[in-house]
Design a protein around this ligand. Structure first.
Ligand code: PLP
Length: 384
């Protein structure tokens, strides 16, 4: 329904101050008050919704033009994230996919060129082929020999450094952290980074869920980010921002990225509406500083819940596809003789949303959803 001019006048009459606006929203809008459907949704952490604190940040934002780089809220988020990651600069974008594609496009200047990455990577499977269409890049996908994360030796076996005219030279190594919910360990990243620098290769970290890696206590944002020339981080996964991501890197890299971002249509005017939400989500869910609040803020509790869910599955005789380290639990449905479709259907019957064998925990999952998940597990594992 379109709001008529009279309803706008009526609204403004009762909502002169920020507190009026907030109390209006508290009383009329359930969307900002509680997670809603996210409380029962295990499909992904992207389902988390903005909280009242995020709403407050949006209302209190500045509304200057970010293409002119005049919006203090957006510039503040960018410099804050640069500081947390130990890089010189950052540029705010609309999604994690855009962050990865922008970073890789900025690195990849001269075809023929290739991006070497884990064969399971998001940039290969879930970014609509952007590496091919936007970057004109060849992909060198590598399966990790330890089935968890790429080692330097895995990379050395596949990277093309020679001048052989038959081959497509590797220009960038792109590493996802976390990868399928597991932390790419810091010591291995440091080895890879050192070797890559020595050989003139760039390293990009797809850190859509880097927050989760930090929450395990294995390294700070700065420790992980130090291993890369560019890092992308997502605000809208487990942190709860409505949308948004960032790319950090050197000042020169980010200058170039800003021009490419503009060419993709990603230059934003009153970007403060989104960057304020992103900043509030970082502070509220992860916490301040390079380790978050008490190691990862709310994310730590989410990892505890993931361990509980893992235990619920295993105690009933279920097998796992991968170990649980952060917020993703991978149940082996094949060994329980259950298809993805049946699993999702049983979930629907109990009022929880499931997608495939990956169960994703986030801070808005309710205790009631966990209880119902137990009933789903009972059904699935009783019929084995
Ligand atoms: C979610 C995700 C992204 C980005 O996804 P968007 O939906 O575009 O924000 C990138 N990489 C990984 C590893 C992800 O999990």
């Amino acid at each position: 329904m379109e709001s008529s001019p009279s309803s706008i006048v009526a609204c403004s009459k009762h909502t002169d101050t920020l507190d009026d606006v907030l109390s209006l929203l508290r009383s009329t809008s359930i969307a900002w008050n509680r997670p809603g459907p996210a409380a029962f949704d295990f499909r992904s952490d992207v389902v988390t919704t903005p909280t009242l604190l995020i709403l407050r940040a949006i209302i209190e934002t500045t509304l200057q033009d970010d293409v002119y780089q005049e919006d203090p809220t957006t510039s503040f988020l960018e410099s804050h994230m640069a500081k947390l990651t130990g890089h010189e600069a950052g540029t705010f974008v609309l999604s994690g996919t855009m962050a990865n594609q922008l970073a890789l496009r900025t690195h990849l200047t001269q075809p023929p060129h290739a991006v070497l990455c884990d064969a399971r990577s998001h940039i290969i499977h879930w970014e609509a082929g952007g590496l091919a269409s936007l970057c004109g890049a060849m992909v060198q996908g590598v399966m990790p020999s330890n089935a968890e994360f790429l080692t330097l030796e895995d990379i050395q076996r596949k990277a093309i450094l020679s001048n052989d005219v038959h081959k497509c030279p590797t220009a960038v190594i792109s590493l996802e952290n976390t990868i399928s919910g597991l932390v790419h360990p810091l010591p291995e990243l440091q080895r890879i980074s050192k070797w890559a620098r020595h050989n003139g290769l760039r390293v990009h970290i797809d850190g859509a869920r880097l927050w989760e890696a930090v929450a395990t206590g294995q390294g700070s944002l700065r420790d992980f980010a130090h291993c890369a020339d560019s890092v992308s981080l997502d605000f809208s996964k487990g942190l709860g921002a409505p949308m948004g991501a960032i790319v950090v890197g050197s000042a020169k890299f980010v200058d170039r990225a800003r021009r490419i971002r503009k060419s993709m249509g990603g230059g934003m005017r009153q970007a403060g509406v989104l960057s304020s939400a992103a900043r509030a989500a970082v502070d509220e869910t992860f916490g301040p500083g390079i380790w978050g609040r008490n190691l990862g803020g709310k994310l730590r509790g989410v990892h505890d819940t993931a361990r509980v869910v893992t235990e619920m599955w295993v105690r009933r005789g279920g097998k796992l596809r991968r170990r649980t380290e952060t917020n993703l639990v991978w149940v082996d449905l094949a060994s329980a003789r259950t298809t993805y479709e049946d699993f999702a259907e049983i979930g629907r019957n109990f009022g929880v949303k499931l997608d495939g064998s990956r169960i994703v925990l986030h801070f808005q999952i309710s205790n009631e959803a966990i209880r119902r998940l137990g009933l789903v597990f009972d059904m699935v594992l009783a019929t084995r």
